[in-house]
Design a binder for this molecule. Structure first.
Ligand code: 4YB
Length: 462
C-alpha cells in the first residue's frame, strides 16, 4: 500500500528530517526545513494576492526555482494549479484559460495574461518576504488539484486533473520496482508543464529524497552527482554522443516515445542502467516499465494498474488515473463505466510483455494498404546515424496518401541512400517517397515534436 502522509509531504519531511537535504539548486543544498519555511512564506504572499482554495492558477515557465516553489506553495493553499508551457501561443491561452477557470497567473518572465487572469506577485527565491501568517489548507481535505495539458494531435489540449494523493500513488507503483531512496537524487530533467516533470516531483516527495534543479545545458553537467534522471530518447542519444563518462547515474527512466533497443544497449555499455517506461498524462506518467533488455517491449503494468487490449487498443485503469478532464467548472470523466481509460494507443502482448505499436490516429491508407507510421520509424531509427524519424502522410492523386519521412540525423547521413537501405526491411508500399531533414524550428517547445506541425510543414514544401 502507498505510504500515507498526515500532512503536505514537504511539511512531514521537515518534521521528520529537518536537516536532511531536500533540494539542490545548481550547487546549493536546501534542507527540508528551509524548503518548508520558503513554502510557508510564499503561501502567505499568494494568500495576500487573493488566492483561495479552489482557485485556478496558471504557472507559466520552464522549471525555474521560483516555478517549483510556486507549484508547491499554491497546492499548499488548496489551489488548482496549471503549469503552462511558455511557448503555448497567446491566442491559444486566450481560448483555453477561461475554459479552465483560471483566476490567477504567475510567470517566470514578465508577459501578459488574457483578460480575467490576475497576475500574482513576482518573487525571487533568494528573498521571499518573511511572514507569520499561516495560509495552509489541510492536506487531508484534499482541496488541491493539478491540471496537466495533454498533447493531443488535434483540437485544443485537454486538462487532466489529479490530486496530490493520486500523483503519489502513481509514484509508489514505479518505486515498488525501481530502486530510489532517501539519499538518492533525481534531476528535474523534464518540464513541470509536462506530466513527466511532475512525475519526478512526486517520486522525490514520496521518498523524501533529493531533487536536483539545474540549467539543463549541457545535460552532462546538469547530471553531475545525480543518481536518477527521466529522459526522452533524444536526450539520451545526445548525452551518449557528447560525453557519457564520469556519470554518477544509477538509473535513467526513459519514456514519452518509442525507445530503440540500440539506444538502451549503447547506454548500458556506457554504464547507464536504463528503464523503459510507457506512460501518459491521464495516468500521471509511468504505467508500465521494465529494466531495459534485448526487446523493444515496455514490460507489464506496474503494481496498482490493470491493462486490457481491446480491438488492438490499449486500455488502462488504476493508480495514477486522473479524476477527469477539467472543462468550464466541471470534471468530465475520461474513462468508461468500468473505469477503463481508452488510450488510443495500439498495442500487442507478446511473450508476456506489452509492445506499443503506435497511435491508432496515426494509421493511414495508401492504395488500400494500412500504414502505421511507427512501423517504418522503428526501422529507420535502427540506422546508426538516425536519432529520430517521423513518417507522415501526404496527399497523392494516385494512391490517396503516401508516406514521407522527416529525419533527425547525425552529420554524414545521405538521405538519398535511405531507399536502398530500407530494401528488404519494410514492404515496398511502406517505403517513403521523400526524405527530409528535421528543421530546427520544429524541434523546440515541449518534449514532443507535433506530428500535426510536421504534416503541415511537409505539405507546404515545394
Ligand atoms: C510511447 C511511450 C513508449 C509514451 N513507446 N510510445 O515518468 C515517465 O514515465 C517518463 C520518463 C521519461 C520520459 C517521459 C516520461 C513520461 O511520463 C511520458 C508520458 C507522456 O509522454 N505523456 S503524454 O501524454 O505526453 O503522451 C502519451 C503518449 O506518448 C502515449 O499515449 C503514447 O502514444 C506515447 N508514448 N511512452 C511508445 N514507451
Amino acid at each position: 500500500d502507498c505510504p500515507e502522509f498526515d500532512d503536505w509531504p514537504w511539511q512531514q519531511w521537515a518534521k521528520q528530517r529537518p536537516d536532511a537535504t531536500a533540494l539542490i539548486r545548481e550547487q546549493r543544498s536546501v534542507s527540508w526545513q528551509q524548503l518548508a519555511d520558503e513554502l510557508n512564506a510564499l503561501s502567505a504572499v499568494f494568500y495576500r494576492d487573493g488566492v483561495r482554495k479552489g482557485n485556478g492558477v496558471a504557472l507559466r515557465g520552464k522549471n525555474s526555482p521560483e516555478q517549483l516553489l510556486a507549484y508547491l506553495a499554491l497546492l499548499q493553499l488548496g489551489a488548482r494549479v496549471l503549469p503552462l508551457n511558455p511557448q503555448l501561443p497567446i491566442s491559444l491561452q486566450i481560448q483555453l484559460l477561461p475554459m479552465l477557470n483560471i483566476d490567477y497567473g504567475w510567470c517566470a518572465q514578465q508577459g501578459s495574461w488574457p483578460p480575467g487572469v490576475k497576475p500574482l506577485s513576482e518573487f525571487c527565491w533568494e528573498n521571499i518576504p518573511e511572514s507569520d501568517a499561516i495560509a495552509t489548507a489541510s492536506w487531508s481535505d484534499q482541496p488541491a488539484l493539478t491540471m496537466t495539458l495533454t498533447s493531443g494531435s488535434s483540437g485544443l489540449p485537454k486538462a487532466a486533473v489529479h490530486t496530490p494523493q493520486i500523483h503519489l500513488a502513481n509514484a509508489h507503483g514505479l518505486l515498488q520496482r525501481m530502486q530510489f531512496e532517501a539519499g538518492d537524487s533525481w534531476l528535474l530533467s523534464l518540464p513541470l508543464f509536462h506530466v513527466s516533470g511532475q512525475g519526478v516531483l512526486w517520486r522525490w516527495l514520496l521518498k523524501g529524497a533529493i531533487l536536483v534543479q539545474r540549467h539543463m545545458h549541457p545535460l552532462s553537467a546538469a547530471l553531475s552527482g545525480c543518481t536518477h534522471a527521466s529522459l526522452v530518447p533524444t536526450q539520451l542519444w545526445r548525452l551518449l554522443e557528447h560525453d557519457a563518462n564520469s556519470l554518477s547515474l544509477k538509473q535513467v527512466l526513459l519514456g514519452g516515445a518509442a525507445i530503440p533497443v540500440e539506444l538502451t544497449e549503447r547506454a548500458q555499455q556506457a554504464g547507464i542502467g536504463c528503464w523503459c517506461g510507457y506512460g501518459m498524462t491521464e495516468m500521471a506518467s509511468t504505467t508500465c516499465a521494465k529494466p531495459a533488455d534485448e526487446t523493444s517491449g515496455v514490460g507489464l503494468p506496474l503494481p496498482g494498474r490493470e491493462l486490457r487490449i481491446v480491438e488492438h487498443e490499449i486500455w488502462l485503469r488504476g493508480s495514477g488515473q486522473a479524476l477527469g478532464y477539467w472543462l468550464n467548472g466541471d470534471i468530465r470523466p475520461l474513462c468508461d463505466e468500468q473505469g477503463w481509460f481508452h488510450t488510443r494507443d495500439r498495442g500487442e502482448m507478446r511473450d508476456g510483455e506489452l509492445y506499443i505499436v503506435g497511435r491508432l490516429d496515426n494509421l493511414f491508407f495508401s492504395a488500400g494498404e494500412g500504414i502505421q507510421p511507427e512501423d517504418i520509424e522503428r526501422v529507420l531509427v535502427g540506422h546508426p546515424l538516425i536519432e529520430q524519424a517521423f513518417v507522415v502522410p501526404v496527399a497523392s492523386q494516385e494512391f490517396g496518401q503516401r508516406p514521407v519521412a522527416v529525419i533527425d540525423a547525425l552529420p554524414g547521413l545521405e538521405l538519398d541512400k535511405l531507399t536502398g537501405w530500407l530494401e528488404g526491411k519494410v514492404a515496398s508500399f511502406q517505403k517513403p517517397d521523400f526524405y527530409y531533414l528535421l528543421p530546427e524550428h520544429l524541434q523546440s517547445g515541449g518534449i514532443k515534436i507535433s506530428r500535426q506541425a510536421l504534416k503541415e510543414w511537409v505539405t507546404g514544401l515545394p
